[in-house]
Ligand binder design. Structure first.
Ligand code: GLN
Length: 542
C-alpha cells in the first residue's frame, strides 16, 4: 500500500513548498523507501510548455517528453530519480480528460459533475502516478483558500476515506511574517491558514513554519494550542538563502532532520525505520557548498532575465542548479553573472571589457531573434581566446552559426528560425517539424539517444558510447552543411543513431568548447552532476 504525504501551502505562495516536498522526499528515500513526487497545478493550461519563462519560470522537460512545472525539476534534483510527465497534474488536463470521456459516451445517461467526475479523475491520476512506490508526495500548488485548488483538496480527502487516515499525512507549509514596525514574528496568518485547510475537511498533521528566523518555543506552543496539533509537529523551517544562512536550498533536508521530521512522519504513517537516514553523502556535499575551497566566475548570457525592476533567476533555473551541482563536487564557490545578450550588441560594446574576467561562459537555450548576435559575439570571443564555453540547445545552434560565418567564410549563415530568407541556413527546421503548426507539446521533446564518437572530449566526459539527454527544440544543424563544418574543424562528437542529427559538437585545441542540442541540465542532481557541466566547471577551475 502506498503511503501519501500531502503538502499544501498557507499564507502566501513562493515560500518553498517545492523545496520542502523535495527535501522530505529525499529524507524518505534515505530511509530506504521507494519515493515519488506529484505536483498539482491548479491552472487551466494543460502543461507549462506554452508559458513564458518570465511568467512561470523555466519549463521543465521530463524524460518522457513532458513540458512541466519547475517543481518536478526540484524533485529530481533532490531525489535523483526520473519523474514522468503524468506526475504534473493540472486543472486543464483533468477537465480535458473528463470532457473527452463524456464525448466518447463513457458517462452515457449521467449528468457529468464537479463531484464526483472531476474529483474522481484527480484521485485516479494520483493513484496511477503513485503505483509501485512506497511513498508518494503530493504537492498542491497555490495557497489554501485559493478557489482553484478546492477540487484537489476534495479529491485528497476522498482518497483518505478510501485508503484510511493511517496511510496519509498532511503537511501545511506556512509563512510567519515579521513586520518591521513591530519586529516580532506573527502567528496569526498561520492560524488562519490552518482554519482554511480545516474548512476543506483537512486537519494538518504537521505545520512547517517558514520565516526569516527559526520559530521559538513560545510561538510553537501558540500554534500547537490553536490548531490542536502536537507542538513537536510544529516544525521550524527558517530561510536558508540570505545573510547569515547556509545560502543553499540543499541544506533543507539536513535542517528538517535536525527537527526529527523524518521519524515523526514515519510514525504518523505507521512506517518502520528501515535504514536510519544518515544523509552522509548529502551532508558532505552541502559541506562543500558552505565551505568552498576555491571559486569560479561564470557568465550566463541569455535573454529572459529582466522583468520590471527584478532580475529573474528562475528562467534558467536548472542551468543554475546544474552549475551548482558541478561546483559542489569540486568544492568551488560559484560566482554566477547573468548577462543580457543585448548588452553585447550595443555599438562600441567591448568584448574584452565585458567578458575577459570570466573563467567560463554558458549560452543556454532560447527562442527567436532577440539577442542572438550578442550571443554569437560571446561565443566568438570564447573560441578565439580559449575561454571555456558550454552551449545548450540554442547555444549549440549559435556556436554553429558563428563557426560557419567566421571559420567557414559563410558570412550570411543563419538559422531559418531567425531569418527565413538566409542563403545559408546552417540551422534549419527539423523535417518532421515542418508540417506542425499547433503549439503546446509539439517540439522534439524528451530523451533521445546519441551515439558518441570515440576519443572525443564528450565521450570521455560521459564515459559511455550511447547517452540519453532530454530535448526541447524545433531546429537542427542542417545536414547540407555537415561536410563543410567538419572539414573546417568542427567536431561532431555525438550524433543521433541514424547519423542525421548533430547532438554534440566540440573543438580540439581548446580548453573546453562543447555544445549540445540537448538540455543536459535536466538530468543533473546534487549527488550526480551532469557530465558536461562537470567537465565545464573543471575546465573553468583550471
Ligand atoms: N529555438 C531553438 C529550436 O527550437 C532552440 C530551442 C532551445 O534552446 N530549447 O530549435
Amino acid at each position: 500500500m502506498t503511503k501519501f504525504i500531502v503538502v499544501a501551502g498557507g499564507v502566501i505562495s513562493g515560500v518553498g513548498k517545492g523545496v520542502a516536498t523535495a527535501s522530505i522526499g529525499r529524507i524518505m528515500k534515505e530511509y530506504g523507501y521507494r519515493v515519488t513526487a506529484i505536483k498539482i497545478d491548479p491552472y487551466i493550461n494543460c502543461d507549462a510548455g506554452t508559458m513564458r519563462p518570465t511568467e512561470h519560470g523555466e519549463v521543465w522537460v521530463t524524460d518522457d517528453g513532458g513540458e512541466t512545472d519547475q517543481d518536478l525539476g526540484t524533485y529530481e534534483r533532490f531525489l535523483g530519480e526520473s519523474i514522468p510527465k503524468k506526475n504534473n497534474i493540472t486543472t486543464g488536463q483533468v477537465y480535458r480528460a473528463v470532457i473527452e470521456k463524456e464525448r466518447r459516451g463513457e458517462f452515457l445517461g449521467h449528468t457529468v459533475q464537479f463531484i464526483p467526475h472531476i474529483t474522481d479523475e484527480i484521485k485516479n491520476r494520483i493513484l496511477e502516478s503513485s503505483r509501485d512506490y512506497d511513498i508518494a508526495l503530493v504537492e498542491i500548488g497555490g495557497t489554501v483558500g485559493d478557489f482553484e485548488n478546492t477540487a484537489f483538496l476534495f479529491a485528497l480527502r476522498n482518497l483518505e476515506t478510501l485508503i484510511g487516515k493511517e496511510n496519509i499525512c498532511y503537511i501545511l507549509v506556512t509563512y510567519l511574517p515579521i513586520p518591521s514596525h513591530i519586529d516580532e514574528m506573527k502567528t496569526k496568518p498561520t492560524q488562519l491558514s490552518i482554519k482554511l485547510l480545516r474548512e476543506n475537511g483537512i486537519q494538518p498533521d504537521f505545520v512547517l513554519c517558514r520565516g526569516k528566523n527559526a520559530l521559538d518555543e513560545v510561538r510553537k506552543k501558540k500554534i500547537a494550542e490553536y490548531s490542536n496539533i502536537k507542538s513537536s509537529h510544529i516544525i521550524s523551517m527558517p530561510d536558508v538563502i540570505g545573510k547569515g544562512t547556509a545560502n543553499t536550498v540543499y541544506v533543507v533536508p539536513l535542517d528538517l532532520q535536525k527537527e526529527g521530521l523524518g521519524e515523526k512522519i514515519l510514525e504518523s504513517l505507521h512506517l518502520e525505520h528501515k535504514n536510519g537516514a544518515s544523509l552522509a553523502d548529502w551532508s558532505h556535499t552541502v559541506d562543500c557548498i558552505t565551505h568552498p575551497e576555491g571559486s569560479v566566475r561564470i557568465a550566463m548570457i541569455g535573454k529572459y532575465f529582466n522583468i520590471g525592476e527584478y532580475q529573474l533567476a528562475d528562467s534558467y533555473l536548472s542551468v543554475n542548479e546544474a552549475l551548482k551541482h558541478a561546483c559542489a563536487k569540486y568544492c568551488l564557490k560559484l560566482h554566477l553573472t547573468w548577462m543580457d545578450s543585448k548588452q553585447l550588441e550595443e555599438p562600441g560594446a567591448n568584448m574584452t571589457a565585458l567578458l575577459s574576467s570570466f573563467d567560463g561562459i554558458v549560452i543556454p537555450g532560447g527562442f527567436g531573434g532577440t539577442g542572438v548576435e550578442g550571443k554569437m559575439k560571446a561565443i566568438q570571443y570564447c573560441r578565439e581566446h580559449n575561454i571555456p564555453f558550454l552551449g545548450l540547445c540554442y547555444g549549440l545552434q549559435m556556436a554553429v552559426i558563428e563557426f560557419a560565418r567566421n571559420v567557414c567564410g559563410l558570412h550570411d549563415a543563419n538559422s531559418s528560425e531567425i531569418n527565413d530568407h538566409t542563403t545559408n541556413p546552417v540551422i534549419d527546421i527539423l523535417p518532421e517539424q515542418k508540417a506542425i503548426h499547433a503549439k503546446g507539446g509539439t517540439m522534439r521533446l524528451g530523451a533521445y539517444p546519441a551515439h558518441l564518437k570515440p576519443a572525443t572530449l564528450v565521450h570521455q566526459l560521459y564515459g559511455a558510447a550511447i547517452v540519453f539527454e532530454r530535448h526541447r527544440h524545433r531546429y537542427e544543424v542542417n545536414p547540407a552543411y555537415h561536410a563543410v563544418l567538419q572539414e573546417k574543424g568542427l567536431i561532431f562528437s555525438g550524433m543521433s543513431p541514424d547519423g542525421s542529427l548533430v547532438e554534440f559538437i566540440e573543438l580540439s585545441n581548446h580548453k573546453f568548447f562543447v555544445a549540445t542540442q540537448a538540455h543536459p541540465e535536466f538530468k543533473s542532481s546534487l549527488l550526480k552532476p551532469a557530465p558536461l557541466f562537470d567537465g565545464f566547471v573543471k575546465a573553468c577551475k583550471k
